[in-house]
Design a protein around this ligand. Sequence first.
Ligand SMILES: CC(=O)SCCNC(=O)CCNC(=O)[C@H](O)C(C)(C)COP(=O)(O)OP(=O)(O)OC[C@H]1O[C@@H](n2cnc3c(N)ncnc32)[C@H](O)[C@@H]1OP(=O)(O)O
Ligand SMILES: N[C@@H](CCO)C(=O)O
Length: 358
Amino acid sequence: MTKHHTFIYDQEFELESGQSLPEFRLRYTTFGKLNEAKDNIIWVCHAFTGSSDFTDWWKGMFGPGMLYDPERHFVICANAIGGCYGSTGPLSVDPNKSRPYFHDFPSVTNRDIIRAFDKLRQHLGFEKLHTLIGCSMGGQQALEWAVLNPGLSEHLIVIGSNAKHSPWGIAFNESQRMAIEQDPTWQLYTAHAGMEGMKVARSIALISYRNYQTYDKTQYETDNTKTDDFKASSYQRYQGLKLANRFNAFTYWTLSKAMDSQNVGRGRDGVLEALATVKAKALFIGMSSDLLFPMQEQHFLTKNVPGAVFEPIHSDFGHDGFLLETEQLTDKIRAFYWRGLRENRRRKPAERLVTVGV
Ligand SMILES: CC(=O)SCCNC(=O)CCNC(=O)[C@H](O)C(C)(C)COP(=O)(O)OP(=O)(O)OC[C@H]1O[C@@H](n2cnc3c(N)ncnc32)[C@H](O)[C@@H]1OP(=O)(O)O
Ligand SMILES: N[C@@H](CCO)C(=O)O
């Protein structure tokens, strides 16, 4: 049901850093059917290690009878530049050097990532989105896009995210990059450089994605004779290995820096001023046990985006709750759409917003 595509932007693309990419490609995935009015587009922004294939990592959200139904919605997601799932990233060939960029891949920010997505949007001729939705780093990007182009999306749904990355979040990311730096292979110009360090980085990151309750539920030691080789230890090691089978340290480095760069107020007189410009009907969702993007950040967003609505998700799975609590997410998002529909009906016909069935 999903289709995979590639978009090539064959012109120089200037980045916030002042550096540029001579060209870039975006791998993107679509699902469902675009209607004639082109008013059923749901644009998903993926999280840090995600791919464009949202049906792979966000199970329970897309399919017949689900929140986003291919009979009614057209869903699209592009892998971020800097990524390793088909979009231009550090392992892509640098056309100026005829070898992969590796360490020379330029710094990218969430704003650069969104400006690249916007080139794809323009190429596809999408004037308006029904919904822009993102979780975690993808939520940062969705918010940035809603500030960059306030008229673009009718709805904005941001889950476990923020407007400006917190010192706490940056500290976690820096610790992960320090682990990569400690790997002696990190200096090499090979695709596997820094892999051992990246495994440690994932282990550190995982602690921020889960919490005490998650580990107590899944890794509690029932063997009372043990003094070593605990379940939680092998779990951390296994998770490092699991990521190493699908990711690389260069992308890890590049995208974790992009996450740190999040600040919708940069160059725009500040965060509050930027948030005040959002025109989309906004829903902010927070996970009760999220340590990385805590509830207070979701409350801050709700307070400062005009007319925004807040919904909590109760989960023992911490930040990664957004990947698991899809029933709660579906209920909250459906309620948000219905509220919008009811308000819309109260408007004069000429002032009504376009809203497809939910
Ligand atoms: C939005 C995004 O973009 S997300 C980015 C992309 N991420 C992904 O694609 C992965 C998404 N999935 C996940 O992150 C997780 O699977 C979650 C959060 C959905 C579920 O978390 P969990 O239930 O803890 O599952 P998690 O995958 O972390 O761990 C289970 C794995 O650990 C293994 N495991 C569990 N306990 C132990 C242990 N003590 N020792 C060793 N291995 C263990 C299991 O055997 C299982 O292995 P498998 O994945 O090879 O089947
Ligand atoms: N599990 C998520 C956490 C960050 O949102 C990921 O790997 O991208």
